[in-house]
Every structure is written in C-alpha cells, then in structure tokens.
Write a protein that binds this ligand. Structure first.
Ligand code: HEC
Length: 505
C-alpha cells in the first residue's frame, strides 16, 4: 500500500506546484517558498462565541490612536462580507453555510447587535452583496441573484431570482464580490481558478460588469488574480481593488496589490508579479504584455492577503481618516513567519499612498485569534470588521473606550452538531469517513508525526464550533487553498465530516 500513499502525497504536492517532489525522497526539506504556516484551530480562543470576550479583545487588539473596540456580534459561522441596510442593520454573508444573515442594529446603545435573522439560505457560497432600487443583490460562486428587500420590515419580498447564471465557478478563489458603481453598472470580481495558470475563460482573474438586470456582460479589467475587495474613491470616483499575489515564490515575494482599476486595464497576472516583474513560471515569451501591464498603485507585503476595502465617507472618524481607505488583511499561509492579520488604513498623499496600522494583534508570535475579512462604515460613524476565524463582527469607534462584555455573551455554547444523528448511523458514517481519511492520506498534512516531509502539519481541532456536518462537507467540496480538493461524492464528504466532528469536536 506504500506506493498508494506515495502517489497520493505526490498528487497533493503536485497540487502545490511541486511536481519534482513526487518521487517522495525521504528526509527532504521543502524550500522556504513551499512553507505552509496556516492558522490552526487549537490556537484560537475567540472561537465562535465560546469565549470571545471584549475584555480580551481590548487587551489583544491594538488600535490607532483614539479608537476603541467591542464585539458587535459573535457566534457566526465564518462571516465574510458586510453591507449596511438603509435602516442601519448589518447584513453579513456566512459563505460556507450559504446564508445571508441580518444583524439588528444596536438600538439599546450597548454596542452590540440586538438580534439576528437569516434572510436567505441555501445559496452557493454567497459573498458580495449590494442594494439597488429596492433589490438586494448577492454574488454566489457561479451566479448573481437578487430579491426584493424591505429594510423596515427586515424581510425579503417574493422569490430570490438568479439574474446571471453562468459565472465561471470551481477551482480556487470561488468567492465573488459584487458592488454597484457610481455609473450604475454592477461590478463582479471573479478570481482565478488557480495559483498561476493560463485561464480558458477570459472572465476569470478579471472584474466583469453587468447592467442591473444581469444583461450586457462586459469584461472591465483583466490580469487580476483575485481582487476580493473593491471600492470607489470619494471625490475622484476612481475604482480601487485589492489583489492577492501568487503563492510559492518565497516569504517576501510577490507583493499583494492595491490597483487603480481602469476600463480595459491589464494588471499582469499570470505573466507578471508586483511592478511588472516577469513571472518565473509563465512570464517567458510574454515580455510585451508585461511591459504594457499596469503596476500596482500600492504594494502590500507578500502573502498579507488584502480582502475587503472601504473608503471612509462619514464624519465619525477624525479628519485624518476621512477619505482614507481601510483594508482587511486576512493573513498569510505561505510564509514561514505569519504576517497580515490586521486592518490597515491607506492615506493618499498626492501620488503616494501611505499604509498605516489601524487594528493589529489578531496574530501574536504565531498565535492567531482572528482573521479580518471585510470592513464597513456604519451609519453611527463606527467601523465594523468581520472575522471569519473567530466568527465575530467587531465594532471600532473613535472616542469610545474598548468595551466590556456582559457575562451572558461569554457563556453561550452550541449544541454538538452530531447530536441529532441516530447513534448507529453516526457510527457507520464515522467508520466510512475514517477509511476515507486514511485512503486520501489527509494525515500527510494534518497529523503531527504523519506529515509529509517539510510540511508543517495543520492540526484539526474545535471543528464543531465553526462547522456542522453540512458546512464541513461544503468545506471539503471547495477547501481553502493550499488544501487541495479531493474527488469525493456528496455522501463521502458527509461521512468524512462526521468522522472529523467525532474526533475533533
Ligand atoms: C496538502 C496538504 C493538505 C491535505 C493533503 C489535506 N489538507 Fe486539509 N487543510 C490543509 C491546510 C493548509 C488547511 C488550512 C487552510 C486555511 O488556511 O484555512 C486545511 C484545512 C482543513 C480543514 C479546516 C480546518 C479548520 O480548522 O477550519 C479541514 C476540516 C480539513 N483540512 C480536512 C482535510 C481532510 C478530510 C483531508 C483529506 C481528505 C485533508 N484535509 C487533506 C492542508 C491539507
């Protein structure tokens, strides 16, 4: 059976772009550029509302001068993008569970959301959202849908209808961000399907736009590997988008990017990285295109993973922040020492963009407590940040002290996600799942002592705090890179999920 294991390890490494290692030479140490150092669940204490207390937050998170932080909402399952309704409620997509959740505004003034309601469910990994003419629009992995929305009653009206159904899905980078531009077009960012490759579908690694009814598709800009966040700069109307640089080229290269996105612009991927530097894998022969490509407006440090970006328009922040942008840095996995895991502010000084720390401390000495995803400015002037690692939304307000949590918020626990499955069924599923775990050699990345040479194992733990069976099965259908996807049936993914939740609750 050893050759099977080797073959599987080989497939996995191939997925990481390390074909040469497939021979499986023992005692082989992977070079730095293949470093995997992803956050591990056991390091986190801010998990899913279990004990993400404000007291800890205030001590852990360092903020720009004059700002204080509190927990607006917690116990959310992998919250991603944010959008305020006209009534001041906050919508959040919980991408892996397929939902759009409405968090009630804080009417009683304790800094916390007063309740929540699931607005939409059963969507295919929804992420970006926006409003136009009484509709709530949602970007799913392979579609855009819309539904009438009543912000006062906090309900949808009528059926959710998909108005674009053929957005290329699958592969890496399966989340789609959607925003209406000042020009009335609906912009949708569609990331690449891979780390670095030639795409067959020109709409991948691009920002595409549509009329509000889903017609009139146009490719707006290309060469954008994964521009998860974008926003228009107030005053100038310029479109700025974050972009995640490619992996597996070392700790400090290439930079992630902020791009000033113009119609027809080509931003270099997959032939160039950073400021028009030829890509070592695919650049050769494409020198001309690379010369004509547009360099970043601002480089972020390599592997920082900038996601959501929001320009500050209100007057709840000091003058120095008005017109500045806040960017959520999700944090690195392909770097020996973790980096990112913060929110930064960008300040325009003529042609220069200055990057400053806004909220740091989500990672300290390799321990991760949070991963910022999106930033929104509330009607109350405060800044809201989603964290898909801690399952929380933070509220960061100027002129307020960091808040203390009411005791009740610290003690909420969830039911065990396997509790509802009859014991015999649960046992049988876990057995089949355990077999699949061995067959696919998941241990080569996840079990200390069984990890493939040079790979830092990513221990699995505390899974039930963030996943139920369906959510874990959905994770396995489209894992977060660098974890490769495995050819598993829906039943097999559920069996694996039961086994994992059984062993790593
Ligand atoms: C090539 C290495 C690799 C292999 C093989 C692999 N994984 Fe992973 N897996 C990862 C990495 C890295 C992450 C963390 C991704 C991230 O940054 O969120 C991960 C994350 C996960 C998570 C989510 C953990 C959490 O705390 O949210 C689960 C569950 C998981 N893997 C299960 C599996 C199963 C089941 C298999 C086998 C079918 C498997 N993995 C095979 C690398 C791997």
């Amino acid at each position: 059976m050893r050759w099977i294991r080797r073959l599987l390890v080989g497939v996995v490494l191939l997925a990481l772009g390390v074909a040469a290692l497939a021979a499986g030479a023992c005692r082989f140490v992977l070079p730095e550029r293949f470093a995997i150092n992803a956050p591990m669940a056991h390091q986190m204490f801010g998990l899913g509302g279990v004990d993400a207390s404000d007291d800890l937050l205030g001590q852990q998170i360092e903020l720009a001068e004059g700002f204080g932080i509190g927990l607006f909402a917690e116990g959310l399952r992998i919250p991603r993008f944010l959008r305020f309704t006209s009534e001041g409620d906050l919508l959040v997509t919980t991408t892996r569970s397929g939902r759009v959740v409405l968090l009630f505004r804080d009417a009683d003034g304790d800094g916390r959301s007063d309740g929540r309601r699931t607005l939409l469910e059963g969507l295919d990994r929804p992420q970006g959202m926006d409003f136009l003419d009484g509709f709530l629009y949602v970007a799913e992995s392979g579609a855009v849908g819309r539904v009438r929305f009543d912000p006062v009653a906090r309900t949808t009206l009528g059926d959710y209808e998909r108005i674009v159904e053929d957005i290329p899905a699958g592969g890496n980078h399966y989340t789609r961000t959607l925003r209406f531009g000042p020009d009335g077009w609906m912009y949708v960012s569609i990331g690449s399907s891979c780390n670095v490759c030639e795409q067959d579908d020109p709409r991948r690694a691009a920002i595409v736009r549509y009329r509000p009814d889903g017609s009139g598709e146009e490719i707006f800009a290309t060469g954008l590997r994964n521009s998860v966040g974008f926003d228009w700069r107030p005053g100038t109307g310029e479109l700025y988008a974050t972009d995640n640089g490619r992996d597996l080229l070392g700790n400090d290269f290439p930079p992630c990017e902020l791009n000033l996105v113009v119609q027809g612009g080509f931003y270099g991927w997959p032939y160039a990285n950073g400021d028009r530097e030829l890509d070592p894998d695919l650049g050769a022969g494409h020198e001309e295109e690379v010369r004509a490509s547009l360099p970043p407006a601002h480089p972020f440090r390599a592997h920082n993973a900038p996601l959501g970006i929001t320009f500050l328009r209100g007057d709840g922040v000091p003058a120095a922040y008005r017109g500045a942008a806040l960017v959520a840095l999700h944090g690195s996995w392909n770097r020996t020492k973790k980096d990112g895991y913060s929110v930064v502010s960008l300040h325009w000084r003529g042609d220069e963009i200055e990057e400053r720390a806004f909220a740091t401390g989500f990672e300290r000495d390799g321990d991760v407590i949070g991963r910022p995803v999106d930033v929104a400015e509330g009607p109350d002037g405060a800044i809201y940040v989603s964290d898909d690692y801690a399952g929380a939304i933070y509220r960061i307000a100027h002129g307020e002290a960091s808040r203390s949590a009411p005791a009740s918020a610290k003690t909420r626990r969830r039911e065990h996600p396997l509790g509802a499955i009859p014991p015999a069924e649960r046992l049988a599923a876990a057995k089949r799942g355990r077999f699949l775990y061995t067959e696919h050699d998941c241990a080569s990345c996840h079990d200390a002592g069984r990890a493939a040479p040079g790979v830092l194992p990513v221990p699995l733990s505390d899974l039930s705090a963030r996943y139920d069976v369906g959510e874990l099965a959905s994770f396995l259908a489209a894992p977060t890179p660098p974890m490769p996807a495995f050819p598993l049936s829906e039943q097999e993914r559920r069996d694996l999920a039961v086994d994992l939740l059984e062993r790593h609750p």
